[in-house]
Design a protein around this ligand. Structure first.
Ligand code: SAM
Length: 219
C-alpha cells in the first residue's frame, strides 16, 4: 500500500511541531509542503516522517523534524535573506530554507552527500540553492555576508569566520558543546557585541574542520 505522504506530513506538523511549541506560520507551512521522504534512504520511506533522525549514509544523519523546525524558526526569516548552511547532509534543511529565504548557500564536507543533495534538489525544482564541497567552518567568503547562518553539526565553540560573515542584526544558529551533547545556541550580532541565547539541549554529529573539532578529537 502506498503511504499518503501529505497526510503523514500534516500529522508530523500537528503532533511533533505544533504540540512542542513551533508557532511560526511560515515554518509550519513549509513542513506541510517539503517532501521529507525524498531525502531519506529508500529503506526508510515508511518512517520518513517519524519523530527521530535517520541515517543518510557516510555515518551522517538527517535531523529529527522538530530540530529542523526549531532551528529554522530561530532564524526568524522574512524571505529576503541570503542564508548559509553548514552541513548539507541530505539537503532537507536546505530545501526548507529555500522556501523561506531568497538564496541558500550550503556547504558539505563529504562529496557523495553533496552530490546526492545537489541532484535531488535540482530534481525537486529548487533554483535558489548553491552547494559546494568544502570545510564549512571557514564560511563562504565569496557570497558573504549572510543575514542568517545555520550550522547543522555540533561545534565546541562559535567558528570565528562564521561570526565575521554575519552583518549587524544577523543570526548564527549552532549547536555548541561537547562531542556527544550540545546546547542549541542563537548568536545575534549587535553593535556592542553578541547576544547569546541558549535554546535547548541537543545531540548532533560533530562539526569537523579547521574552526571546530579536528579528526583526531573525534577518533
Ligand atoms: N542539514 C542536514 C540535512 O538536512 O540532512 C543534516 C546534517 S547532518 C546532521 C551534519 C552534516 O554536517 C553531515 O552531513 C556532515 O558531513 C556535515 N559536516 C560536518 N562538518 C562539516 C564541515 N566542517 N563543513 C561542512 N559540512 C560538515
Amino acid at each position: 500500500m502506498k503511504a499518503n505522504f501529505s497526510e503523514l506530513r500534516n500529522k508530523m506538523v500537528e503532533e511533533q511541531l505544533i504540540a512542542r511549541g513551533i508557532k511560526d506560520p511560515g515554518t509550519l507551512e513549509v513542513f506541510r509542503k517539503v517532501p521529507r521522504h525524498e531525502f531519506v534512504q529508500k529503506k526508510d520511506l515508511d518512517i520518513a516522517y517519524n519523530d527521530f533522525p535517520l541515517a543518510i549514509g557516510a555515518a551522517q544523519t538527517i535531523s529529527q523534524p522538530y530540530m529542523v523546525a526549531l532551528m529554522t524558526e530561530c532564524l526568524g526569516l522574512s524571505g529576503k535573506e541570503k542564508v548559509l548552511e553548514i552541513g548539507t547532509g541530505s539537503g532537507y534543511q536546505a530545501a526548507i530554507l529555500a522556501e523561506l529565504a531568497k538564496e541558500v548557500y550550503s556547504i558539505e564536507r563529504i562529496p557523495a552527500l553533496a552530490e546526492n543533495a545537489k541532484k535531488l534538489l535540482a530534481r525537486l525544482g529548487y533554483q535558489n540553492i548553491k552547494i559546494k564541497v568544502e570545510d564549512g567552518t571557514a564560511g563562504w567568503t565569496e557570497y558573504a555576508p549572510f543575514e542568517a547562518i545555520i550550522v547543522t553539526a555540533g561545534a565546541p565553540d562559535f567558528p570565528s569566520p562564521l561570526l565575521q560573515q554575519i552583518p549587524l542584526g544577523g543570526k548564527l544558529v549552532i549547536p555548541i558543546g561537547g562531542r556527544f551533547t550540545q546546547t542549541l545556541t542563537v548568536a545575534t550580532k549587535h553593535k556592542n557585541g553578541l547576544e547569546i541565547k541558549d535554546i535547548c539541549g541537543c545531540v548532533f554529529v560533530p562539526l569537523l574542520g579547521k574552526h571546530a573539532w579536528r579528526e583526531k578529537d573525534v577518533g
